[in-house]
Design a protein around this ligand. Structure first.
Ligand SMILES: [Fe+2]
Length: 304
């Protein structure tokens, strides 16, 4: 059974507890989400003009798309308007800007099966973001740029939340991934990177939440989810980003994360909402008590 809550009228501590307990939360009326969608639509139309972005796969080869996206995505993430609206979304939902830390907006593209589905447009199988070195305190925010459909959206396995699922996350190291990211745009065919996923996992009741542009979905980084292989015939665009409230790290609150075996932590990627200050070192040390190994790439700067 899954619990999906809409526009909860609760304080922010209670909201985070709901997410850590496995609820999915949708907000339908956040003005900055609608502004971000209009901004992303405008940017994507400019990128693909004169073509319809949802038909981009019909006009560009997989390698052309990979090249276009690998320069557009980092630029979009850093636009002043993108950064400002991402923070406004958080404040309008009620996250505390002086304790909440965020990472950059991540535009996602999903092209129809048979087109670009690797590297920069990788279709993720069943996984938790905690298997990719996300903290169990992490909350993900996701919204579509155009309407999504059951054959090109994201699926959840709510029954897999809070239970151990066989997976290969032990093969994933966040700092090694940072090295691999430098060459991501070159991955057009076979993708040889370690991609944590569930092993032999059957999902009899997959939940597909089809929220509309202007609405936003919040979920714990410990939710089991996947990209649905895109058989819609349309290019699909969505945006997501992640947040962590340092008070959750300090109080040891968060999702269960019972089956996580990866190494490293993504926590250094997060900046304080109020002033873009770094994640406090005491919080990094709570998550990585022994500190990182020597000579590793702690963070990756997209497009940098
Ligand atoms: Fe994910």
């Amino acid at each position: 059974m899954s619990t999906i809550r809409t526009n909860p009228q609760v304080d922010n501590d209670a909201l985070r507890e709901m997410l850590f307990a496995g609820e999915l939360v949708v907000y339908t009326d956040i003005p900055a989400v609608a502004e971000l969608v209009a901004h992303a639509q405008h940017e994507l139309k400019s990128l693909f003009r004169p073509h319809d972005p949802q038909q981009a796969h019909a006009h560009f080869s997989p390698s052309q798309l990979a090249e276009m996206l690998s320069s557009w995505k980092p630029r979009f993430m850093r636009l002043e308007k993108s950064l400002r609206l991402a923070k406004e979304v958080l404040e309008q939902i009620g996250f505390n800007p002086s304790t909440t830390h965020y990472d950059l907006l991540k535009p996602r593209t999903s092209y129809p099966v048979g087109h670009l589905t690797t590297g920069i447009a990788y279709a993720f199988p069943w996984h938790r973001d905690t298997w990719y070195a996300a903290a169990r305190q992490q909350i993900n925010l996701w919204f579509p740029v155009w309407e999504v459909r059951a054959d090109n959206a994201m699926g959840f396995d709510p029954a897999g939340f809070g239970q151990k699922v066989p997976n290969n996350s032990s093969g994933f190291d966040y700092y090694r991934r940072n090295d691999e990211r430098r060459s991501l745009a070159k991955v057009v065919g076979k993708d040889a990177r370690s991609q944590p996923g569930a092993i032999d996992w059957q999902v009899p009741h997959e939940d597909i939440l089809l929220i509309s542009p202007g609405q936003i979905l919040l979920f714990s980084a410990d939710q089991l989810h996947r990209s649905i292989p895109n058989t819609s015939g349309l290019s699909r665009y969505s945006i997501d980003y992640r947040i962590v409230d340092v008070t959750d790290i300090e109080a040891d609150r968060g999702a269960p994360a019972l089956d996580v075996a990866c190494t490293g932590t993504a926590i250094r990627d997060f900046k304080r909402v109020s002033d873009d200050g770094p994640m406090p070192e005491n919080c990094v040390r709570i998550l990585e008590p022994d500190g990182p190994p020597a000579d590793v790439t702690l963070t990756f700067t997209p497009g940098g």
